[in-house]
Structures are given as structure tokens and as C-alpha cells.
Design a protein around this ligand. Structure first.
Ligand code: AMP
Length: 284
């Protein structure tokens, strides 16, 4: 496995691979890798010749009071995990490599990013889109792999690929969960033992909503109440519970096929997000 931190070097590696006719799969991450990330890697390996994983904690997608400083960084451990999975290339640039001077061009999305995480994390999606666009231009992949766990992110990136004419096929990988339903996340490690016991309630609550829906209840206000009743606890604050159309990300009053239920909850200082589709189908 090769590890690059320089844009020039990874570009020449990719160019040489393309001359040989090899296809490139790309898995962007912020490191602190877990089985969710590895599911994306396996999907890339199954679909392309060369799998590139980027490991970059992108400062521009964190707000001033967010966890940029405390975000786990362990390149050695992450590289080992990648090596064991058969990743071909890890790209782990320094912040100065990605943002060498004061940049003045960014990518902004103006419709899908207005609500949910876009409302509570202003600037977040512009930071994500800008770094993903830069990484797409550096790595020039044929396919890029993203997790359903970050549903709004995936939808906005799908739109960016379309609107800015990136010649990249987007593949969405279902959310990988712990045995008790908690979606795997690098941020789960921040949870205290007590908070970790509470955290599966997010998935349990969404499953309860899903079973009410399957039993015929489609009224969002009733389904929302059922979820709110589950998402209570010590030091727990619901950031949002949103029922939106998967394509437009506009709120709906009545649940239909193609409605997405997305939830963000603060458990102590840790913000957890999760989502399900009605009925529980994958996006792609
Ligand atoms: P992150 O390192 O958190 O920025 O995530 C990198 C990629 O991994 C994103 O496409 C995420 O959606 C995806 N991802 C994170 N957690 C999971 C999970 N539990 N299951 C599937 N994909 C995930």
C-alpha cells in the first residue's frame, strides 16, 4: 500500500494507473476509521481496480465551537486498517497542502443544504463540498463511495456531481451499526458509559416510527411525537427530527415512499446523527 501526502505525487500515481487502463475508486474519510468506513472500502474494491482512501480532518467543515481540535487523529492505526483491507493508496495531506494560501473560491449549495445539518451547522456543507470537489480534482476517480449515514451530505454531493459535471459515479453504502443499532461513528468514542447505554434509543425510536408507518400511520406530527417520546434523557437535547422528501429535502406532512427521517441529537457534548428511509430501502 502506498501512502501519499503530496498532491503532485498522488496525481502522478493516478495518471500512471489510468494509462494502464485501471479504474479508480475513491473513499473520502476524516480517519478514525471503523467498520462503516471499511464497508465503503470493500464496496470500492469490489467495483474498481485501485482503491484510494483519503484521510483528512477538514478544518473548513467544522464550526468555531465544534470538535475540530479533539477529533481523533491516528494515521498509523488507520493506515494499518487500510492495509489489511487491501487499500491501494492512502492520501493523507497536511492542512497546508490542501489549503496552502488564503483561498477565495468555495463551492456552495443553495437549496438542499438550507435545513437539517445546514441550519444547525452553518458553513458545514460548503466546507464539505469544497474539500470533496478538491479531492475529486486531485484523485480523478471513476467511482466515489459515501455512507447513507450522512444522508444530507450524500444528497448534496450527488447534486454537486450533477451540477458541476464531475464524471464520477456516486455509490451509496448502507449504514453500518453496532449490535444494538447505534450507527457507527468516530464520535461514539466521546460518549461516556452512561451516554453509550442511552445512544441506541435513536435507532430504536426510528424503528418504532417505521413500525407505526408500516401499520398505516403516515401523519408526520403523530410519528414525530412517538419519536420525541423516546428521545428524552439526562443531558439529551434533540437538535432536529425532520421528515423530508429524499430528493428535495423539503419537509413533508405525510410520509410516503421516498420520505427520509433524519435525526440529530446532542448527548452531552456529542452530536449524533442517524436516518432511515420509508420504507427502509437503500438510496441507490
Ligand atoms: P467521516 O470520516 O465521518 O467523514 O466519514 C467518511 C465516510 O464514511 C462518509 O461517506 C460517511 O457517510 C461514511 N460513514 C461514516 N459512518 C458510517 C457508517 N456507520 N456506515 C456507513 N458509512 C459510514
Amino acid at each position: 500500500m502506498k501512502i501519499f501526502d503530496s498532491i503532485v505525487d498522488i496525481r502522478s500515481f493516478i495518471k500512471a494507473a489510468k494509462v494502464e487502463g485501471l479504474s479508480i475508486g475513491f473513499v473520502p474519510t476524516m480517519g478514525a476509521l471503523h467498520e462503516g468506513h471499511l464497508a465503503l472500502v470493500r464496496e470500492s474494491k469490489g467495483n474498481t481496480d485501485i482503491t484510494v482512501v483519503s484521510i483528512f480532518v477538514n478544518p473548513t467543515q467544522f464550526g468555531p465551537n465544534e470538535d475540530y481540535e479533539k477529533y481523533q487523529r491516528n494515521l498509523e492505526q488507520d493506515s494499518q486498517l487500510c492495509d489489511v483491507e487491501g487499500v491501494d493508496v492512502v492520501f493523507a495531506p497536511a492542512v497546508t497542502e490542501m489549503y496552502p494560501a488564503k483561498d477565495s473560491v468555495v463551492v456552495k449549495e443553495s437549496a438542499l443544504s438550507k435545513n437539517l445539518c445546514g441550519r444547525t451547522r452553518p458553513g458545514h456543507f460548503s466546507g464539505v463540498l469544497t474539500v470533496v470537489a478538491k479531492l475529486f480534482n486531485i484523485i480523478d476517480p471513476d467511482m466515489a463511495f459515501f455512507g447513507q449515514k450522512d444522508a444530507q451530505q450524500v444528497r448534496i454531493i450527488e447534486q454537486m456531481i450533477r451540477d458541476l459535471n464531475f464524471d464520477i459515479e456516486l455509490k451509496v453504502v448502507p449504514t453500518v451499526r453496532e449490535y444494538d443499532g447505534l450507527a457507527l461513528s468516530s464520535r461514539n468514542s466521546y460518549l461516556t458509559a452512561e451516554q453509550r447505554v442511552w445512544a441506541p434509543r435513536i435507532y430504536e425510536g426510528m424503528q418504532k416510527v417505521l413500525s407505526l408507518y408500516k401499520a398505516g400511520e403516515k401523519d408526520v406530527s403523530i410519528l414525530r411525537q412517538a419519536l420525541e417520546a423516546v428521545l428524552t434523557g439526562n443531558d439529551v437535547e434533540v437538535d432536529y427530527i425532520e421528515f423530508v422528501d429524499w430528493k428535495s429535502f423539503e419537509s413533508v406532512d405525510t410520509v410516503n415512499d421516498g420520505t427520509l427521517l433524519a435525526v440529530a441529537v446532542r448527548v452531552g457534548d456529542t452530536r449524533l446523527i442517524d436516518n432511515i428511509m420509508f420504507p427502509s430501502l437503500s438510496f441507490s
